[in-house]
Design a protein around this ligand. Structure first.
Ligand SMILES: [Ca+2]
Length: 131
C-alpha cells in the first residue's frame, strides 16, 4: 500500500519524527516476503508482490556443499543504494562476505557462495541507501 498522509499536525513534524517515519518506510515489508521496501527497490521488485526467489540454497560447487544466494540489482536503482551480502555462523554477528565469494554471473546477476563444510552458516542481504 502506498504511503499516504491525509493530515499531520505541524507540531508533529519534527526532524526526529520524520527520520523515524522514513526509517519505518524503508524497513516496511508490505508483502511479507522478508525483503524490506528498500531491498525491493534496489532489486527492482514489486513491494506489493511476494518474492520467493531470494532465498539461500544448498548446492554442491566444486565438490563442496555450498550455501548460495543469487540476486540481480536493478541497474537504475543501484546508484542510489547498495547491496551487501553478510554471512554468519551464530546469527549474532554478520560480517560482510569477502568479495571473492560473490560471483559476477555476467548477466547483471550475482551469486554469493559460502562453503558449508561442517559448520552451520547463514547468508543474508543488507540494503542501504546512499547518503
Ligand atoms: Ca517485501
Amino acid at each position: 500500500m502506498p504511503f499516504q498522509v491525509t493530515y499531520l499536525p505541524r507540531h508533529l513534524l519534527t526532524p526526529s519524527s520524520l527520520t523515524l517515519a522514513i526509517s519505518s518506510m524503508r524497513s516496511a515489508d508490505e508483502d511479507g516476503d522478508g525483503i524490506p521496501s528498500i531491498g525491493e527497490y534496489l532489486l527492482g521488485l514489486n513491494p506489493l508482490s511476494m518474492d520467493d526467489t531470494h532465498h539461500a540454497q544448498a548446492q554442491t560447487i566444486n565438490g563442496l556443499p555450498t550455501l548460495t544466494l543469487s540476486y540481480t540489482p536493478d541497474t537504475s536503482a543501484k546508484k542510489l543504494g547498495s547491496i551487501e551480502v553478510n554471512a554468519s555462523t551464530d546469527l549474532e554477528t554478520w560480517p560482510p562476505l569477502p568479495p571473492h565469494q560473490i560471483i559476477d554471473l555476467g548477466d547483471g546477476s550475482y551469486r554469493a557462495q559460502l562453503a558449508i563444510e561442517n559448520d552451520l552458516k547463514f547468508l543474508r542481504i543488507e540494503f542501504s541507501l546512499s547518503p
